[in-house]
Write a protein that binds this ligand. Structure first.
Ligand SMILES: Cc1cc2nc3c(=O)[nH]c(=O)nc-3n(C[C@H](O)[C@H](O)[C@H](O)COP(=O)(O)OP(=O)(O)OC[C@H]3O[C@@H](n4cnc5c(N)ncnc54)[C@H](O)[C@@H]3O)c2cc1C
Length: 321
């Protein structure tokens, strides 16, 4: 039976995030509307409108930076009007913050961080215990359910359905009366894909020893056209920026290929990357725990193996050094 689905889509500047298209694919065949924030998001709304019936665009520049109360207020405005049965977002920083708050507001439930979902049957799968177990979940029949999907879980693209309507939505949230004030946002400049959305990630550990040596990881990531990640030990020692940290207290990633270079495979690191489809580990210790989770393992010195891998990938993909 066709359900009413509201997608919480995300844009980075003008570009629609690939993970938002995955949400539209997950809701294929349903009555889909979407909501998106950002004054620069015109192109993203047009791209999204090819896959959904209606896009509610919150264009007001005050929403260019996340504000928990303002976003929740704007979303409830859309929810009250559209009355969706399912509100579907990504388990991104935005989805992790705003969706549970809204679920509580509507006295509903949230099935968070799914790696598989079937909206027609209302059945879901999600990892538990840092990914050691996958649980199957179904919900009680409720008027409205909130669901978040881990990016890259389904690997699907939606079919175009034509051209949906884009509606600019004016909101009534009073920013000046809110106790939460936006002060500043600093963002690392990078041409690489976002870690949580990347299909290939090359990560480095403490064994890189210096910030300068981390360029081996960046070069390898660039050869694949992927993102660069790091263990917490590498971040704590200042070898890599904090936004590169993968793991329990860093980002949860779900790429098709994860290359762990000189990373031991501590449980807290695995918690962030163990749902990767293929894991390659490079480590000089044959007993390193990462090898028990890896699909392919190379026992060797990363300072020799990683440059050789980079050169080989460049050759295969016809990329210049
Ligand atoms: C509450 C809590 C939360 C945490 N959250 C996170 C988290 O989010 N993410 C995270 O990553 N960690 C997290 N940690 C830390 C985690 O427990 C580990 O300490 C950390 O992951 C280790 O990082 P590492 O593998 O880079 O370093 P190490 O454990 O020092 O391992 C380095 C590895 O590199 C190998 N090596 C050394 N030299 C070379 C070389 N030349 N070539 C090839 N291999 C080499 C070694 O054999 C070793 O296996 C957390 C810990 C706690 C307590």
């Amino acid at each position: 039976m066709s359900k009413k689905i509201l997608i919480l889509a995300e844009a980075r500047g003008a570009e629609l995030k690939k993970s938002s298209l995955e949400l539209a694919a997950a809701a294929k065949g349903m009555d889909i509307s979407a909501v998106i924030f950002g004054s620069q998001a015109k192109k993203a709304t047009e791209d999204l409108a090819k896959y959904v019936k209606e896009v509610h665009w919150i264009k007001d520049a005050q929403y260019d930076h996340y504000h928990p109360d303002a976003y929740a207020s704007a979303l409830s405005q859309v929810i009250d009007e559209f009355k969706p049965e399912i509100i579907l977002g990504n388990s991104s920083s935005l989805g992790k913050d705003v969706l549970p708050a809204l679920a509580a507001h509507y006295d509903s439930t949230i099935v968070a961080d799914c790696t598989f979902l079937d909206l027609s049957q209302m059945t879901f799968q999600r990892p538990f215990y840092s990914g050691k177990a996958i649980g199957e979940i179904s919900t009680e029949p409720l008027p409205m359910v909130f669901v978040s999907l881990r990016p890259n879980s389904l690997g699907l693209l939606p079919a175009e359905i034509g051209s949906g309507q884009v509606k600019e939505l004016s909101t009534n949230f009073d920013f000046s009366a809110s106790a939460i004030k936006f002060i500043e946002s600093t963002q690392a400049k990078s041409d690489r894909p976002d870690l949580t959305e990347a299909t290939v990630i090359v990560s480095g550990g403490r064994s890189l020893k210096s910030r300068d040596n981390f360029k081996l990881i960046f070069e390898c990531a660039d050869a694949f056209g992927g993102a660069a990640g790091a263990s917490r030990a590498a971040v704590d020692e200042g070898l890599a920026d904090h936004d590169m940290q993968v793991g329990q207290t860093g980002k949860t990633v779900n790429p098709s290929l994860y290359v762990a270079c000189g990373i031991s495979g501590a449980i807290q690191h695995l918690a962030g990357m163990r749902t990767s489809k293929v894991i390659v580990a490079i480590n000089k210790d044959p007993n390193a725990p990462i090898f028990s989770k890896a699909d392919y393992g190379i026992v060797g010195d990363l300072f020799e193996v990683v440059p050789a891998l980079t050169a080989e990938v460049r050759k295969l993909l016809g990329k210049a050094a």
